[in-house]
Write a protein that binds this ligand. Structure first.
Ligand code: TYM
Length: 322
């Protein structure tokens, strides 16, 4: 049972890719920490009221998944050690390596009005992970590069100042590590995509989920087959249904092969609707009781601080801060 850390930004609403690529693989093991990374959400323009709402609903989702029992759920900004370690790691990370991060390249590079936080963001992420001495970081494919940077930073720090940090490994699901947009299966599904039909939100009703899947872009031809290169739209739906039902993509493809896209999409919609409904109902129940959410987050904060405090003290001593 490896100790894990992972985080999710409360920017916009949580979508199916977050669930399949990350949340579903977060295990409630003792010693594991799961964090709503509200400070990360400040790296792009934000609305304070929306941030508050999204932070609470994202926390409710993690609690509804049972991650507050056994493992710990907390808010990044409640544990000040994250921001302090981030400064120290800002002085270890290098301009060149941060400039190579594909997320920065796609969102920030060349934009004079992009925030400095968008550039240094991966070092705050490295701080999140390294404070908890974890072995594993369960994430979607798009965060792999950031976890690899975290490894480089930890190794550089350890070779300069002694063996302070545990060097973590990314853990990425073989199927579902990159869920694609329903409107353009060559792009990943993303919270920030302005087209509501490109993504399924975990808060969507059964009807909305079914409608979005029925109108998902599929490929030319009629045959249902798993072929991410030639049939990216169909393959994406097969991966979604496979991860949520536990059936292999091959078995699903065989069942729907000659029935046409309509019957296939109805089958996928049913799987998604059935998988998300109980979770949505739990989240709604929790959101009706914000005090209970805050109470559980306070328990998580205390547990996180117990780990993060001594870790940061070790770092401070190693680098020569009095
Ligand atoms: P974020 O908030 O963008 O996404 C949260 C998690 O969801 C995964 N994900 C996907 N997986 C599969 N298919 C998709 N279409 C898809 N879209 C998102 C992401 O890979 C991620 O695992 N920087 C991180 C948050 C973070 C973090 C951390 C993660 C901050 N500190 C420490 C791990 C450890 C982010 O923006 O994720």
């Amino acid at each position: 049972m490896a100790k894990a850390f992972s985080g999710i930004q409360p920017t916009g609403q949580i979508q199916l890719g977050n669930y399949i690529g990350a949340l579903r693989n977060w295990r409630p093991d003792p010693g594991s920490f799961y964090c709503v990374v509200d400070l990360h959400s400040l790296s792009q323009p934000w609305d304070p009221k929306e941030l508050q709402e999204n932070t609470r609903s994202t926390a409710a989702l993690l609690l509804a998944l049972g991650l507050g029992q056994g493992s710990h759920v907390f808010l990044q900004s409640h544990v000040q050690e994250h921001a302090e370690l981030a400064w120290i790691l800002n002085c270890i990370g290098r301009m060149g390596e941060l400039g190579r991060m594909t997320q920065f390249k796609s969102k920030g590079r060349g934009h004079q009005d992009a925030s400095v936080g968008l550039f240094t963001y991966p070092l705050l992420m490295a701080s999140d992970i390294l404070l908890y001495r974890v072995e594993e970081v369960p994430v979607g494919e798009d965060q792999k590069q950031h976890v690899e940077l975290t490894r480089d930073i930890a190794e550089r720090f350890n070779s300069r100042f002694g063996p302070v940090f545990t060097v973590p490994e990314p853990r990425i699901a073989e199927v579902g590590g990159r869920v694609m947009s329903l409107r353009n299966p060559l792009e990943k599904m993303s919270k920030s995509d302005p087209d509501p039909n490109s993504k399924i939100l975990l808060s969507d009703s059964d009807e909305v989920i079914a409608k979005k899947i029925m109108t998902a872009v599929t490929d030319s031809g009629r045959e249902v087959a798993y072929d991410p290169k030639e049939k990216p739209g169909v393959s994406n739906l097969l991966e979604i249904a496979s991860t949520l039902s536990g059936e292999s993509v091959e078995a699903l493809a065989a069942r729907y092969r000659d029935g046409g896209y309509g019957a296939f999409k109805r089958g996928v919609a049913e799987v998604v609707v059935e998988a998300l409904r109980p979770l949505r109902e739990k989240v709604e129940a929790l959101l009706a009781d914000p005090e209970e959410i805050d109470r559980q987050l306070e328990i998580g904060r205390a547990a996180a601080e117990r780990e993060a405090r001594p870790m940061l003290a070790e770092v401070r001593e190693a680098v020569g801060l009095l």
